[in-house]
Design a protein. Structure first.
Length: 198
């Protein structure tokens, strides 16, 4: 199995084994709520711009308008889907991506290849590390941040990454899962990107 000996991959394998009852339950609930397929698959850009298939539990119905284009997310997501997203449980299948070597536990969230290409140099900098299950932007407000703010956090993370920083991000991720998202003002905190506000 590719990259199975990486520490992150070994931890992900253990996580998949320990969480297998929960994963099975969630898969059954998604199947009952949304039908097949249970997993959402999408091509994302990984380290070095390499494309990979990211896995998540489905949270939306496949509904289209009269022109055949998908309806807005808020019209397609179900109540159970909102729960999955709010609790981050929809992200658990990404443990498989970590085992495969596509992702890490911490890093910038994986984006579409077209989005990375549009970011040009910034997209290349983001691609210096594997995308993560969680990241600095995700624990700093996530959906409450603008696209530009998320990018600043991602670039700062890539340039300042360390095991200590990853540990803090993982700890804050637990807090986000338990108490929800809130915008973090990093003023006075060593995690605050030095170019923030420039």
């Amino acid at each position: 199995m590719r990259n199975a000996l990486r520490p992150a991959a070994l931890v992900a394998i253990i996580g998949l084994v320990l969480l297998s009852p929960l994963l099975l339950l969630l898969a059954l609930l998604v199947r009952a709520d949304l039908g097949k397929p249970v997993l959402f698959r999408q091509i994302r850009s990984g380290r070095g711009g390499r494309a990979f298939v990211m896995l998540k539990f489905r949270s939306m119905r496949e509904l289209t308008g009269g022109s055949g284009t998908p309806l807005p997310d808020e019209q397609r997501v179900t109540a159970f889907g909102r729960f999955l997203r709010r609790s981050r449980l929809d992200e658990l299948p990404e443990l498989i991506n970590i085992v495969r070597g596509d992702m890490d536990f911490v890093g910038p969230r994986p984006l579409l290849p077209s989005t990375i290409n549009a970011l040009r140099e910034d997209g290349a900098v983001r691609g210096l590390v594997r995308p993560g299950l969680t990241g600095l932007a995700q624990v700093s407000g996530n959906t409450l941040l603008t696209v530009e703010e998320k990018l600043r956090f991602d670039l700062w993370y890539v340039r300042n990454r360390s095991l200590a920083l990853d540990a803090r991000i993982l700890a804050r991720t637990v807090a986000v899962v338990l108490w929800g998202e809130k915008r973090i003002d990093w003023q006075g905190d060593e995690l605050r990107p030095p170019h923030w506000g420039n």
